[in-house]
Design a protein around this ligand. Structure first.
Ligand code: ADQ
Length: 491
């Protein structure tokens, strides 16, 4: 155990998922991604624990805990599973998390389904997570809960007498006050969040929204300080509220991008698009990602700037997600309709304006596309951070990729000076940005990309973990870690 105590990470999903093989046998697969890569060393170093849902109903596979235990040696830290029944998956995960909090926090009020049964399930599941965590927690442990599935966990832990330091990080945006107060359980959610000692947001925008909500719902709260972490004095306690833009493990992208295997794939991609600039879009199927708006922008760019025709091709990957929710299925059909229209309108012998794929690429394929692309088109209507933007920069080894970035993505705060910013609702603005990105001089692209890469290398996922942990000990140095703030007056 280190001086800082053990780390207990709590997230909806474990970094391990139970999968069934074609013969019916179950096995555990390890998750990947920057968050796992960054947290695992700290878990190992502090003899920590990761608590989460292994993605299966324990009634279906009663031996799930044995599977998890069997992985601990390989992982180098402990894992504890929290079982969810199919009903809980429906009401807590697909219900409250993804039909209440997700749409509300991304400004899609009309997609919200404020079903009281969803809220009940959310409370019950958070209680269950709290039972598992409370059983494990020892004095000195730092408990770090992740994301919108677990906003009530802190309060539930306090209810069980847990006195440890509690941190919470919200990976998605926090909504403006006028939206948050539409939530029927606004007081309960706010009060639950205030049970944490440290609440972290992706951007200053989110933290400001949260503070406005806090001031509206708890006028007795007293806010002090400025900079990356401020303090709220409420109910005789201090709650720290900070800004911690999440990032990636740059080496996970830059390293493989330079490998012979990926260089070969990149060369192949370039020969498939001879004399053309490859514009890349990679988005999870979600209304927050603004895929139809992006396609409209691309269509307008081709119509308004005919010199782009036959000189560019858009490769748009849509990664399947939450297909059990009917709106997601409708959105897929809308995207496919637009792709069909663009193809019908512009395709010529020897040139296809848009290559649409619905599915997943393996990591090498994703990195090869990032490196090969001349332009990345990252235009979410609202996004907590958007890691695709950062991954593109990390893998852009030639250093001449241009990033078109939505001003409503959290990543804009850090990349605002060098990305080409757009308001994704402004289709004409997106068309103009595409033209600008495709015609920008090589020197300008290089200079912009170099600065973006330097920023991402400085503030990578390891910096993020360390800054959050330091803040939980009130050790953040504002001068060493200045806060990036984005003002819409920039575009
Ligand atoms: P997401 O909404 O999932 O995350 P994003 O940040 O873009 O959005 O992350 C997507 C991740 O999926 C990227 O790491 C990307 O590499 C990966 N991915 C994309 N295509 C893939 C493919 N074909 N195969 C495998 N992986 C693929 C939420 C919030 C974001 C926030 C993150 C992290 O909505 O705003 O940035 O959490 O906090």
């Amino acid at each position: 155990m280190t001086a800082r105590g053990r780390l207990i990470v709590v997230s909806n999903r474990l970094p391990l998922v139970m999968k069934q093989q074609s013969g019916g046998a179950w096995h555990l697969e390890r998750g990947s991604g920057g968050l796992v890569t960054a947290l695992e060393p700290v878990l190992r170093e502090t003899d920590g624990i990761w608590v989460g849902w292994p993605g299966v109903d324990p009634k279906r596979i009663p031996e799930v805990d044995d599977f998890l235990e069997g992985k601990e040696e390989e992982l180098g830290y402990q894992v504890r599973g929290v079982g969810l029944s199919p009903r809980e998956v429906d009401d807590f995960y697909l219900g409250f998390a993804n039909q209440v909090v997700w749409p509300l926090f991304h400004d899609f009020l009309n997609q919200c389904n404020f079903d009281p049964a969803f809220w009940k399930a959310y409370q019950a599941v958070n209680q269950r997570f709290a039972e598992v965590v409370a059983d494990e927690a020892e004095a000195g442990d730092f408990i770090w809960a992740h994301d919108y599935h677990l906003m009530s966990l802190g309060e539930d832990l306090r209810g069980k007498g847990v006195k440890n330091r509690l941190g919470f990080f919200l990976h998605i945006p926090f909504p403006p006050r006028d939206l948050f107060v539409k939530l029927p359980w606004r007081k309960e959610v706010m009060s639950a969040l205030l049970s944490y000692d440290l609440i972290g947001f992706q951007t200053d925008r989110d933290r400001t929204n949260f503070v406005h909500c806090l001031q509206a719902l708890r006028p007795d709260a007293h806010i002090e300080g400025s900079g990356r972490v401020v303090r709220a004095e409420v109910d005789g306690r201090t709650v720290r509220i900070g800004v911690f833009p999440i990032s990636i493990d740059v080496r996970e992208f830059a390293g493989p991008a330079a490998s012979p295997e990926i260089s070969e794939r990149v060369a192949r991609l370039w020969t498939e698009f001879p004399g053309r600039k490859l514009i890349l879009g990679v988005d999870r199927l979600d209304y927050s990602k603004g895929i139809p708006h992006k396609l409209e922008g691309y269509r307008l760019a081709l119509a308004r700037y005919p010199e782009l025709q036959e000189k560019v091709s858009l490769v748009q990957l849509v990664v399947p997600s939450r297909e059990d929710i009917p709106e997601y299925y409708d959105m897929k059909r809308e995207i496919e309709r637009l792709v069909g229209q663009i193809s019908g309108e512009f395709t010529r012998p020897g040139w296809v304006p848009i290559h649409y794929q619905y599915g997943r690429w393996d990591r090498p394929e994703l990195i090869a596309h990032y490196r090969a692309a001349a332009v990345a088109l990252v235009t979410p209507l609202k996004d907590g951070m958007n890691l695709v933007a950062k991954e593109f920069c990390a893998a852009s080894l030639e250093g001449n990729g241009a990033l078109i970035l939505s001003e409503h993505a959290g990543a804009t705060a850090q990349l605002q000076h060098d990305a080409i910013l757009v308001n994704p609702f402004d289709v004409e603005g997106v068309a103009e940005a595409i033209f600008r990105a495709c015609t920008m001089s090589d020197e300008e692209r290089q200079a912009r990309m170099q600065r973006m890469r330097a920023k991402i290398e400085r503030e990578d996922i390891f910096w993020w973990v360390e800054t959050f942990r330091k803040a939980s000990h009130d050790e953040v140095d504002d001068e060493a870690s200045p806060l990036d703030v984005y003002m819409p007056s920039r575009i």
